[in-house]
Design a protein around this ligand. Structure first.
Ligand SMILES: Cc1ncc(COP(=O)(O)O)c(C=O)c1O
Length: 355
């Protein structure tokens, strides 16, 4: 067995997966345990407790062995019964996903389309909600455009029209202030490969009391959150626990919550974004940028994909655009392990492409 050295010495400056802290890499490589042991149960209990602080909720937070999309699917099968109507905010590539999952299950779904990168017209959302929906689903941060959506306002509007608010916080949770209980969000979803600074493959979800009380009649087995909670409350996960991830997550949560403090940690992401944007000579694409990533417009006539390749050759991995933004933007993440020097070097490499 040997390591593929093509992937060594590259710095991931992407908006997920992010670069892992050394302590996470060390834990993944050196800690082994069985999940049905007393020592591990202690870690599990602490992780469940600490996750509540990141979600800023008193409610239970679930860990699932899936990427974020799995938790999005769990959210919909938990909340919606056949015939229920879902309204989605479709303001980018990930906004489309709520509708795609809903349609796969045969739920009634209306996608409310918004121009990519523009601030949301909340009047349009309110007008649509008046038709009566079981739930409103949206992204806290739309990773394809780098936009921060107004989650607080969307939750308030959903609540006003008796719809559950279902928030994809995959590129926001742990990077952007998203106080679930204070803002009245009914469901929040997170993903390991973003601000949780872990590899891809684990997702998180929490349900408000109102959402938890929904007993949807949609068939479910793996995604049965209430059965999962029963297991969690007895110190287990329902299926084999992704124990390497949990041990590393324990370290990340201790760092974010105890060593740094959540508020300061969120501020550090804002500081990274501001510093990077002050150094790079390209304009931001979204009207309301998220601190978790910078989506930058590349000059007309330039294929941004070529810049991504040239910059990767220098050891820094960034992303181009998707779909209608293919070859038009660059996307640089501000989550995960990175130094000011990494941000500076990335900005310099982008600026060099301009000259
Ligand atoms: C906002 C958002 N939603 C959903 C997803 C999908 O998550 P996953 O690829 O982990 O299933 C991503 C992935 O990058 C994302 O950025």
């Amino acid at each position: 067995m040997s390591v593929d050295h093509r992937f060594a010495n590259k710095k991931l400056m992407t908006p997920g997966p992010v670069s892992l802290p050394d302590s996470v890499k060390y834990s993944l490589g050196h800690s082994e345990c069985h999940h049905r042991t007393k020592e591990f149960e202690e870690v599990l209990a602490r992780v469940f407790q600490n996750l509540k602080s990141v979600f800023q909720t008193q409610q239970h937070c679930y860990m699932l062995s899936s990427t974020g999309t799995g938790a999005m699917e769990a959210a919909l099968v938990h909340c919606l019964s056949p015939g229920d109507k879902l309204l989605t905010i479709n303001a980018g590539k990930f906004g489309e996903r709520w509708g795609k999952i809903a349609k796969a299950y045969g739920f009634q779904c209306d996608d409310l389309d918004f121009p990519w990168g523009e601030s949301l017209d909340l009047n349009k959302v309110e007008e649509a909600l008046q038709k009566g929906y079981k739930a409103l689903a949206f992204q806290a941060c739309e990773t394809s455009t780098g936009s921060l959506l107004p989650s607080k306002d969307l939750a308030a509007l959903a609540n006003q029209y008796s719809a559950l608010s279902i928030c994809d916080g995959i590129t926001a949770l742990g990077a952007v202030d998203l106080p679930m209980d204070d803002w009245g969000l009914d469901v929040v979803v997170g993903g390991s490969q973003k601000a949780f600074m872990l590899p891809t493959g684990m997702s998180f979800i929490s349900l408000s009391q109102k959402a938890e009380a929904v007993q949807s009649s949609t068939p479910k087995y793996y995604w049965d959150l209430l059965a999962e909670k029963k297991s969690n409350l007895s110190g287990q996960t329902r299926w084999s626990t992704p124990n390497h991830f949990v041990l590393a997550l324990d370290i990340v949560l201790d760092y974010v919550l105890n060593e740094v403090g959540l508020k300061k940690h969120l501020q550090s992401i804002i500081d990274r974004a501001e510093f990077f944007r002050s150094q790079v000579k390209l304009e931001l694409y979204p009207q309301n940028p998220s601190p978790s990533l910078s989506c930058l417009k590349t000059p007309a006539g330039v294929a941004s994909g070529e810049w991504v390749k040239a910059i990767a050759d220098q050891g820094y991995v960034i992303m181009g655009g998707q779909d209608q933004l293919k070859n038009k933007v660059l996307r640089i993440g501000h989550m995960g392990a990175m130094t000011k020097e990494d941000l500076q070097n990335t900005a310099d490499l982008i600026n060099k492409q301009l000259s």
